[in-house]
Design a protein around this ligand. Structure first.
Ligand code: A2P
Length: 299
């Protein structure tokens, strides 16, 4: 299986990252250190995870040279006003104790009005001003690659219909056994857009069920690997970057060991994942008081 993918910029992104969403303060720093010791070089974080300072401290204490690391963060919904974007990035850079990010994503295709959690309809309908600002920050050298997260095809096309200087390098979306999104995966591959899989194990809510899936158990048994390794390997074999989260040292180590699945077993798992109605684990639309589903097309 590939250890890295090459993005349009030529940069090589490690295929397996440590995800730090829901990694609690007091736990996330040691998880990062365990991961680096196990060979991870890619940390997937975000401003809203509220743990960037602890991640940054752990990175510094690890002594791993910055150029060996791949650091991703995400612009939160409240910071889409053009004048708020660079300060938001600067706060992330300062927390992570670095002067550039390898990848910065628009966290959601949703902008809130400055300092509130109410929808900014204009910047949500048209993400191009936000994107242009990110392009400027690439030119300034503060970000190496830019991308999007939680965008559906229609929202991607709405953005890329503009004369972009830098194309989105990745789209980070929920991908797991319960929500495998084969159509989005095929469309993205055809358009040169790499997908990143968040909640790849189904998040804390579904991980038990995921690891108990018969097709997953069968692969694990046949290959002498763990069910989690079977699932994470499946993601890489699908061509996606995979971001498993764990703060348990043995699991952090386990999740970095991926194995190529024989084609027949891969296809079996792919089929099993597509054999039930897709079910999202993550959907904040209601929490945000939206009168539409963030994953649906524009009305
Ligand atoms: P923990 O962090 O307590 O180790 P996802 O990556 O899909 O968001 O899933 C994260 C959830 O899966 C967390 O609850 C995490 O628990 C758990 N988890 C991560 N890796 C493994 C593993 N190898 N085996 C079992 N559970 C795991």
């Amino acid at each position: 299986l590939p250890t890295h993918y090459t993005l349009p910029s030529g940069d090589k992104i490690p295929a397996v990252a440590l995800g730090v969403w829901q990694a609690a303060p007091g736990e996330v720093g040691s998880a990062v250190k365990t991961a680096l010791n196990a060979g991870y070089r890619h940390i997937d974080g975000a401003w809203i995870y509220r743990n960037e300072a602890e991640v940054g401290q752990a990175l510094k204490e690890s002594g791993v040279p910055r150029e060996e690391l791949w650091l991703t963060s995400k612009l939160w919904n409240t910071f889409h006003a053009p004048e708020d974007i660079e300060p938001a990035l600067d706060e992330t850079l300062s927390s992570l104790q670095t002067d550039y990010l390898d990848l910065y994503l628009i966290h959601w295709p949703i902008a809130f009005k400055k300092g509130t959690s109410t929808l900014d309809e204009a910047l949500t309908a048209n993400p191009y001003p936000t994107w242009q600002k990110l392009e400027e920050l690439v030119e300034k050298g503060k970000i190496r690659n830019i991308g999007i997260s939680n965008f559906n095809i229609q929202r991607i096309e709405n953005l890329t219909a503009n004369p972009l200087k830098v194309q989105p390098a990745v789209n980070q979306v929920e991908l797991n056994f319960w929500n495998p999104q084969p159509e989005l995966l095929a469309w993205s591959a055809a358009h040169g857009l790499r997908l990143e899989a968040y909640s790849p194990l189904g998040s804390s809510r579904q991980v038990k069920d995921t690891l108990a899936v018969p097709a997953v158990q069968a692969i694990a048994k046949q290959l002498g690997i763990t069910p989690a390794q079977a699932i994470i390997s499946w993601h890489v074999q699908r061509g996606t970057i995979v971001l498993p989260k764990s703060v348990t040292p043995s699991r952090v180590v386990e999740n970095f060991q991926v194995h190529a699945l024989p084609d027949d077993l891969f296809e079996q798992l792919e089929k099993a994942a597509a054999a039930h109605p897709p079910q999202r684990v993550v959907n904040p639309s209601k929490n945000w008081g939206l009168d539409f589903d963030v994953f649906d097309d524009y009305p």
